[in-house]
Design a protein around this ligand. Structure first.
Ligand SMILES: C[S@@+](CC[C@H](N)C(=O)[O-])C[C@H]1O[C@@H](n2cnc3c(N)ncnc32)[C@H](O)[C@@H]1O
Length: 284
């Protein structure tokens, strides 16, 4: 078992990526390459695919593997930071009963009017935008990652929240519940046999695979803050390891370029992403 507090820490106790995007995009595909992170995507995809789950961080990989073997969730640095942020909710007038009522709504029009009337207040704007300012984010995240965040990230994330509430019922949105209330699903999942766990950076592992090894790839947002040379290398490694009609899903916190026709961010219920790019590997 790797230390949770050494140089490799447990950053994510859960994933904030809506796996329904992958489930739809990978329908009919057999072998899937995914980033392990907290294991949620690998575990869900393993119900219908053969999965290789890869992570550069051995602590995160060991945690994902334990979860796939039935261990319950733990708290990572991301959840600790969000738990801390949530302690300020009463100060901005966000009462717990409002949040619970809001997150149990299913009617989209009611969700938006509740959001505007009770939660999307000037105090929330000021507090959230301050929390998402570069000065505060610098205390938590590496500067490389921050380079991809759009200016006024707080206001952009608030727009992503509103878009999610306008398009997806809250009552079934476990991602929104995890962000606003903290973890609500701590139970262990049943064992997944169909996953092989690999500790590596994604490009090195894919370069080492036989040509045509994978029908689908889901890469989390590993290119946010990566060097341009790593993007080129990963693209080539995917081209090498992909079958002819393979599909790639890549997320980013960045705002989407206006000509990105393959962006499915509006379908991802986890709120955070500006880009959820779903495309054929040939176009990647
Ligand atoms: C990019 S982070 C983002 C987390 C994600 N948003 C989520 O909801 O889980 C996910 C994982 O990618 C891993 N990672 C980052 N760069 C990688 C790379 N080049 N190859 C393999 N894993 C990588 C990190 O160790 C981390 O566990």
């Amino acid at each position: 078992m790797h230390s949770r507090s050494g140089p490799h820490r447990l950053l994510f106790g859960r994933m904030y990526e809506d796996v329904e995007i992958e489930r739809a995009a990978f329908h009919g595909k057999r072998r899937v390459f995914c980033i392990a992170s907290a294991g949620d995507t690998a575990i869900k995809l393993a119900e219908t695919h053969e999965v290789v789950a890869c992570d550069i961080n051995p602590t995160q990989l060991a945690y994902a593997q334990q979860r796939a073997e039935g261990a319950p969730r733990e708290t990572g640095d991301a959840e600790r930071a969000m738990n801390f942020a949530r302690t300020f909710m009463p100060l901005i007038g966000w009462r717990s009963e409002y949040l619970h009522t809001f997150l149990n709504l299913s009617n989209l029009a009611e969700q938006i009017s509740f959001w505007c009337d009770h939660l999307d207040t000037l105090r929330f704007h000021a507090a959230f935008d301050a929390l998402m300012s570069p000065a505060i984010l610098h205390l938590i995240y590496q500067s490389q990652l921050l380079t991809v965040l759009p200016p006024k990230f707080g206001s952009i994330l608030r727009k992503r929240m509103e878009c999610t509430f306008a398009n997806h019922p809250n009552s079934t949105n476990t991602y929104a519940k995890a962000l606003f209330l903290g973890e609500t699903e701590i139970a262990a999942v049943s064992k997944s046999a169909n996953i092989r766990f690999v500790q590596s950076d994604a490009a090195s592992y894919l370069e080492s695979c036989s040509p045509g090894s994978f029908d689908a790839f889901t890469l989390s947002n590993i290119l946010d803050g990566a060097e341009p040379s790593y993007r080129t290398r990963l693209t080539q490694a995917i081209g090498h390891a992909a079958t002819k009609d393979a599909v790639v899903v890549l997320r980013s916190f960045a705002e989407p370029p206006s000509d990105l026709t393959t962006n499915h961010a509006h379908r991802d219920r986890s709120i955070l992403w500006g880009v959820v790019d779903v495309r054929k590997t040939l176009e990647f």
